[in-house]
Design a protein around this ligand. Structure first.
Ligand code: AMP
Length: 157
């Protein structure tokens, strides 16, 4: 594999690194929490996107928020899981990216978020960008710099 140059790294866009929507576990607005918890547990993720029936992003739902809803004074009131809808419990304030956003914009965004949803201009869900994908590219770039310039030669940095 050819060495990754700084210009190539900064030329990378969100589109180059994102996970396409078909591969992203998600739930729908009117799903009961029971279904959301099942998807979260089976997928192994702690937070996933919430979409409406037209595939527009509406929020995020987390295991913690669901468990909070069923946490009663004396026990977990699990029967509530079938009564409450995802739309009543989801997180609404969700930061997003566009496919055309640059590597540097994405890098800044993933400092505070494990992943971000990628939307088109009309709010339709196109996929997600994870912190892992950004760190993998940064890791490769920095290790190659150290390998090619072990003495600290900064001509290519
Ligand atoms: P990872 O980089 O794989 O640790 O993913 C970071 C976070 O992004 C996970 O905890 C999930 O919240 C979300 N995520 C990653 N991949 C998926 C996926 N295929 N479907 C839904 N959410 C995902």
């Amino acid at each position: 594999m050819a060495k990754l140059e700084l210009q190539e790294l900064t030329g990378i866009t969100v589109e180059d690194l994102m996970i396409e929507s078909e591969k992203v576990a998600h739930v729908q607005l009117n799903n009961p929490l029971e279904h959301a918890l099942l998807v979260l547990v089976k997928s192994g993720y702690s937070v996933i996107p919430v979409l409406d029936h037209t595939y527009r992003l509406q929020g995020m739902i987390s295991k913690t928020a669901i468990l909070n809803e069923v946490l009663g004074m004396e026990r977990f009131e699990m029967e509530k899981l079938s009564e409450i809808k995802v739309s009543e419990t989801m997180l609404l304030d969700v930061p997003v990216l566009k496919k055309s956003d640059s590597f540097l914009t994405a890098l800044k965004a993933v400092v505070n978020h494990a992943f971000l949803c990628v939307l088109d201009e009309e709010g339709y869900f196109e996929g997600i960008l994870t912190r892992r994908a950004i760190l993998k590219k940064m890791n490769r770039y920095l290790h190659e710099q150290v390998h090619y310039h072990p003495t600290g030669d900064k001509t290519n940095v």
